[in-house]
Design a protein around this ligand. Structure first.
Ligand code: DGT
Ligand code: CA
Ligand code: CA
Ligand code: ZN
Length: 595
């Protein structure tokens, strides 16, 4: 019977084919969300279906539950059959080639049987495409050029941290219970909390690496085993993401985990320090240099195991122990970028109180059905309470954000009444806020007398992104200079893999924020993660406090907090600098616009 991964794959296929047919994006996204929910399912899929509990999963409604049950029972569903019959095989990959739309792909399939990118390339190079009705020699050249661009983009594109961590969580849950795995941990850029990752790196302690590698290679979402050796196996998953698993005996785990966490720049510095102390540090561990030998050959960074003297190996039980052996304070993974952390770990100034997820007491920046959110005020409040929060700020859009259902004053007043009603039913404290648009001239989208009555104001740019640097700087400086307290929302408006940050002299904006009263947001939306770490540090160095927000448009998005925290830590943010790490009353006083 198809397992949860196979069913999830079928849901993704349905969503993608519906998108080809121009189905509305919400419906398309529902299949993607359903697939994600299934992959994260802890219980057995068959048992969940039998108990009628599918609809209790986030993002799965009645209709989707029925399709999932069909897929589980029969391997297919009438909708998927219909979609497969109406489109040529391989269409989803082929559509990623610029120049090709559904009609052209159908014509090429009918005339030449083309079903893959490789087929298409062969046919173009063989001059056969120009023979198909509606295609000419020029089109053929354009398609070849398109294939080249497709290939380079497939290489360039990095996976969002949130997606990578979701996959990593599933993989760890799959590997950890396996008997031959004594310990399995995440390493690489994902462990460092980088906003995007190229591939996932896992490290395992095992005395039977062959058995563990075989189990890893049998991972249900694996598309292909790309490499398989005695200590390392690489998979490509159905999503295209690659995963490396390295395996070592338990006594070597800590040093390899540390090595594979990176970054390379951080390691280069550590190797230098190790040398000064008479050691050599590599992925093989920490070894004492031999004083009898004039020049011990430098250990290669990667490649086969060098001829190191095992008697000279220093046993290292943990990353803490490794840093201690090098005379350094422990450096958390998010800081390992050679951006001053080595010096700070040496002179003892490295902060020991970086903000942690459990420090955050309230969810900031939540949208509801009053604007473009999907949950009601009460649903949002209860979901935040269920996650243990002390407070939640409701910040729906202001009027200028018409496309997002922004509120006018009349609706804002009615929302306040609803918030008051909900407040009587829940323990969590509700704050009445707004996400006010920063208008083109830098004014905020509410008159002062409204602002003064609010509990919290997030001020964000949602329009006219492409101003030149001078204009955008002036616009933001003006917005940040208003005298009441405001939170600068999703600072530079970047959307990872989609939109570059605005052109803007950020330090001038931060100066204005420091001179006036305000805070900078670290937005946890996986595509934003904005401000980015270097600007977080620039804000902190000016004494501008931070707010770690979720920018939630659904109750599930409260989980974005994790990504805001990771980003803030990469900006060296300490607990005391984060306003929503303070108790509700302190937070409310600090952010009150009227002062
Ligand atoms: P990514 O995958 O591009 O998002 O970034 P990373 O940092 O995960 O890089 P990756 O997967 O190529 O390698 C994982 C770690 O392995 C990296 O952070 C540090 C270590 N590493 C890889 N190559 C080298 C190297 O040539 N020298 C040193 N010292 N470390 C390396
Ligand atoms: Ca990596
Ligand atoms: Ca890697
Ligand atoms: Zn926004």
């Amino acid at each position: 019977m198809p397992d949860k991964f196979t069913v999830a794959r079928a849901l993704r296929e349905i969503g993608a084919l519906l998108e080809v047919e121009g189905e509305n994006p919400f419906k398309v996204r529902a299949y993607e969300n359903g697939a994600r929910a299934l992959e994260g399912l802890a219980d057995d899929l068959g048992a969940t279906i039998a108990a009628g509990k599918l609809t209790e999963l986030n993002g799965i409604g009645e209709a989707l539950a029925k399709k999932i049950a069909d897929l589980h029972a029969t391997g297919s569903t009438p909708l998927l059959e219909r979609l497969r019959a109406s489109h040529p095989p391989g269409i989803l990959k082929l559509l990623q080639i610029p120049e090709l739309g559904p009609k052209k792909i159908a014509a090429l399939h009918a005339a030449l049987g083309i079903a893959t990118v490789a087929d298409l390339e062969t046919a173009c190079l063989g001059g056969r495409v120009r023979g198909v009705k509606g295609f000419g020699g020029k089109t053929e050249q354009k398609i070849l050029e398109g294939i080249r661009r497709f290939r380079s983009r497939a290489i360039d594109r990095r996976t969002l941290l949130a997606d990578a961590l979701a996959v990593a969580d599933d993989l760890l849950a799959y590997l950890r219970p396996f008997p031959a795995a004594e310990r399995v941990e995440l390493a690489g850029s994902a462990r460092r909390g980088r906003e995007t990752v190229n591939d996932l790196d896992l490290v395992a302690a095992s005395r039977d690496p062959a058995a563990l590698a075989a189990h890893f290679a049998a991972y249900p979402s694996a598309d292909e085993v790309l490499a398989r050796g005695p200590t390392k196996t690489t998979l490509r998953l159905a999503t295209g993401l690659q995963v490396d698993l390295r395996m070592v005996p338990p006594e070597d785990f800590a040093t390899l985990h540390h090595h594979l966490t990176g970054s390379k720049a951080h390691h280069v510095r550590l190797r230098g320090i190790a040398r000064e102390l008479g050691y050599t540090l590599s992925e093989w561990g920490l070894h004492r240099l031999d004083p009898a030998r004039e020049a011990t050959p430098d250990v290669p960074l990667t490649g086969g195991e060098p001829a190191l003297d095992h008697a000279r190996k220093v046993p290292i039980e943990s990353e803490e122990a490794l840093y201690a052996a090098l005379g350094l304070r422990f450096v958390p993974p998010e800081l390992r970028e050679d951006q001053g952390e080595i010096e700070a770990a040496r002179d003892g100034s490295l902060p020991g109180d970086l903000v942690r997820p459990e420090d955050i007491r309230g969810f900031v920046h939540c949208h509801t059905v009053w604007s473009d959110g999907r949950a009601t005020v009460e649903e949002m409040a209860r979901a935040a309470e269920a996650r243990g929060a002390e407070f939640v700020t409701i910040t729906d859009h202001s009027r200028a954000a018409g496309y997002a259902g922004g509120l006018d004053l009349d609706r804002l007043r009615r929302q306040w009444e609803e918030i008051d009603r909900v407040q009587e039913k829940v323990k969590i404290r509700l704050l009445k806020g707004t996400e006010a648009d920063i208008l083109e001239d830098g004014a905020l989208d509410w008159p002062d007398e409204v602002i003064e009555r609010l509990d919290v104001v997030v001020a964000s740019v949602h329009s006219r992104f492409r101003m030149d640097e001078d204009q955008m700087t002036r616009r933001l400086v003006r917005a940040m200079s208003v005298p009441f307290f405001k939170i600068w929302g999703h600072g530079l408006g970047r959307l990872l893999n989609e939109r570059e940050p605005y052109a803007c002299r950020v330090e001038e904006v931060l100066d204005a924020l420091a001179a006036s009263r305000g805070a900078a947001e670290v937005n946890g939306d996986p595509q934003r993660l904005d401000l980015e770490p270097r600007w977080i540090r620039a804000a902190r160095s000016r004494g501008v406090p931070l707010v770690l927000s979720v920018d939630a448009h659904s109750t599930g998005a409260l989980g974005y907090l994790r990504f805001a925290v990771a980003t803030a830590r990469r900006g060296w943010a300490r607990r005391g600098e984060v306003l929503n790490a303070h108790p509700a009353e302190v937070f409310a006083q600090a952010v009150r616009p009227a002062g």
